[in-house]
Design a protein around this ligand. Structure first.
Ligand SMILES: Cc1ncc(COP(=O)(O)O)c(C=O)c1O
Length: 383
């Protein structure tokens, strides 16, 4: 088979050719007006993506986890209590970070495939009024759920607990109305909805958060927010920035802004609806029990089918890469990512490949059933 490589993974995601080309341009020096202009354009572009006018936004040379770590080490002091919501592997990472830095993490846990309601958060905030922060994940990439950040923010705004949101897989997919909802800190990475390769982290910090930053006593050096704030006043970074990726980010952000943020969100909602309709038409069950995310579709592996072998074949023979489950979900689910540089016809290719691979593996498939269900969604859409 002629193999064409396409990524439907929950990150990294496909990168537009225009963005790849920007990475190929000859190197420039970062202490120049030329780079400062691009750096400030990208900072402003990221502010637009975070939907904030009031927050400071910083660009880090790290993956998303570096941005998560930046939030922890700049807000807290040793022994501080913080709540964290864990509905999958990435929520659990907040707990690991808190532990690594000697903070007292209080876990709000839901079984995989479910979310924590705003009511449960309200109860936890009432029970732990001394918690300095609430760490959460907008789209939990390991299970495919999206959390009610607006609902959580309505509560933390009242209690003054700092709300820190991991938007690594959701920024540019689901709206994150940073200013309007009253989020305190949001972090993300470049390799998902931002349509970039991995390697950049971003953090948005609301003005009211700086008081906590001043009081924080956890050790930090490379990820110091005060150092970043000082440097950006001179339109630069404290250390050598990832020049190539930042130039690529300018192109990707221009593309997102040209499409229009609300259209970008609507596209992802449509791709998710079509993907869910497609897998259901094959008789498969969604793993996500509530709060289905537009980032990816998490699906239970059909009985008697070795799903990891199906995924491997799709990747190695067809060039279509989906992913399996993480941790205890390995072998039990597969995940079809549809974030970033993805359109309707890409989804039809992915579902077509899935039909073929499942059928060859012995799963009964009515040819075209997933495709027809997805196409129904696309035909009724205006875009
Ligand atoms: C929701 C979420 N949080 C955090 C991360 C970690 O980001 P990174 O792998 O860029 O460090 C990921 C990446 O897969 C993610 O999807």
């Amino acid at each position: 088979m002629l193999k064409k490589n396409m990524l439907f993974t929950p990150g990294p995601t496909m990168v537009p050719p225009e963005v790849n080309l920007a990475e190929a341009a000859p190197m420039i020096h970062h202490r120049t007006p030329q780079f400062s202009q691009i750096f400030m354009d990208v900072t402003e572009g990221m502010k637009a993506l975070f939907e904030t006018k009031e927050a400071d936004v910083f660009i880090l040379a790290s993956s998303g986890t570096g941005a998560m770590e930046t939030s922890v080490v700049n807000l807290l002091s040793p022994g501080d209590k913080a709540l964290f919501i864990s509905v999958g592997k990435f929520g659990e990472r907040w707990g690991e970070l808190l532990k690594a830095y000697g903070c007292q993490g209080v876990e709000l846990k839901a079984e995989y495939g479910r979310v924590i309601s705003a009511k449960e958060v309200a109860d936890a905030l009432a029970k732990h009024p001394d918690a300095k922060a609430l760490f959460t994940t907008q789209s939990e990439t390991s299970t495919g759920v999206v959390s009610d950040i607006e609902g959580y923010a309505a509560l933390t705004r009242k209690t003054g607990t700092l709300l820190v949101v991991d938007t690594v897989s959701s920024l540019g997919v689901h709206p994150l109305r940073f200013d309007a909802w009253g989020v305190d800190v949001a972090v993300t990475g470049s390799q998902k909805g931002c349509m970039l390769p991995p390697g950049l982290g971003f953090i948005a910090v609301a003005p009211r958060v700086w008081k906590a930053v001043e009081q924080s006593k956890l050790p930090k050096y490379y990820f110091s927010l005060p150092a970043m704030k000082k440097a950006i006043a001179d339109k630069t970074t404290a250390y050598t920035p990832a020049i190539t990726l930042i130039r690529a980010a300018k192109v990707a952000l221009d593309m997102l802004m040209a499409e229009g943020l609300e259209n970008v969100y609507a596209r992802h909602a449509m791709l998710a609806e079509a993907s869910r309709a497609g897998v259901k038409a094959l008789g498969l069950k969604l793993f996500t029990k509530e709060g289905e995310s537009n980032v990816l579709t998490a699906v239970e592996a059909p009985e008697g089918i070795k799903i990891d072998a199906v995924i491997k074949r799709m990747r190695d023979e067809f060039g279509i890469t989906l992913t399996g489950g993480q941790g205890s979900m390995k072998g039990r689910i597969f995940r079809l990512g549809h974030m970033g540089y993805v359109n309707q016809f890409d989804i039809l290719a992915a579902l077509g490949a899935l039909e073929k691979a499942l059928s060859d593996a012995g799963y009964p498939v009515k040819p075209g059933s997933a495709l027809a269900a997805a196409q129904e969604v696309f035909l009724k859409s205006k875009s």
